[in-house]
Design a protein around this ligand. Sequence first.
Ligand code: SAM
Length: 285
Amino acid sequence: MELWYTENHTDNVRFSIKVDKHYYSEQSEFQKIDVFESKEFGRILTLDGYLMVTEKDEYIYHEMITHIPMATNPDIKSVLVVGGGDGGTVRELCRYSTIENIDLVEIDEMVVDVCRKYLPSISCSLDDPRVHIHYEDGVRFVRNAPDGKYDLIIVDSTDPFGVGEGLFTSEFYGNCFRALNDDGILVNQHESTFYDSYANSMKRAHSRIKEFFSTALVYQAHIPTYPSGHWLFGFASKKFDPRTDLKADWWNSLGLVTKYYNTILHTGCFAIPNNVRNTLRETYK
Ligand code: SAM
């Protein structure tokens, strides 16, 4: 008998991956957590049935959410990751010896435990001595964060509904602005514009970020397992323009081996197509 994992990208579009094993399935306090094994994408983590990461293509997302800000400001030392319980973003951050502190705020401890057990290639740096895991709501954590504590905040959240909804609000972005210092950069997973339901949440999030940050851009990556495959990230900053402030020579001198990110792609990924510009027109200058 064949077993398939299926995610509804819209009411009329389904995305399925043939799976060999269903390793784990439990309801946490916050969401349903499942882990599958598949021939094509390796192990797959889903939350409430929505695909979060696969072993085969997670590097695209985690490299792009991390190396774009890191190559823009080599002086980043103090980082906050909101969400990100699979550990992929933390893994990429830990490759920089220049980073001194990483606060990871993940609301669901069970996600971390499951990823430590079933996705070791993704969660492998969670025990780095610079990493401090806080099991709480990122909205509350940022509300209570001291002014100017962080150089970089990465919002590696689930989608803007359910437990992740509060991470797409003006209150949250305003508190991120306050918790960042004058060189601060905010990067967030910014959904996609291809399907209306995602486009509407992205427009709302983008306009809310622009309420606080003088620079608010989006950049793109091709992520095969996310809805439409065309996925966006938000880049907001008080000071930097990632297209002109890229420190390519510095970044390349680090010798970090990546499978997707490079410093040519760094500027290119901000050249977004008209279907995205038109969706953001009222907020994207
Ligand atoms: N890369 C994935 C994506 O783009 O969909 C998301 C990675 S990670 C698995 C998302 C994490 O955000 C989940 O572990 C979830 O528990 C966490 N999360 C959702 N809402 C949160 C909140 N309000 N505070 C802290 N963590 C939250």
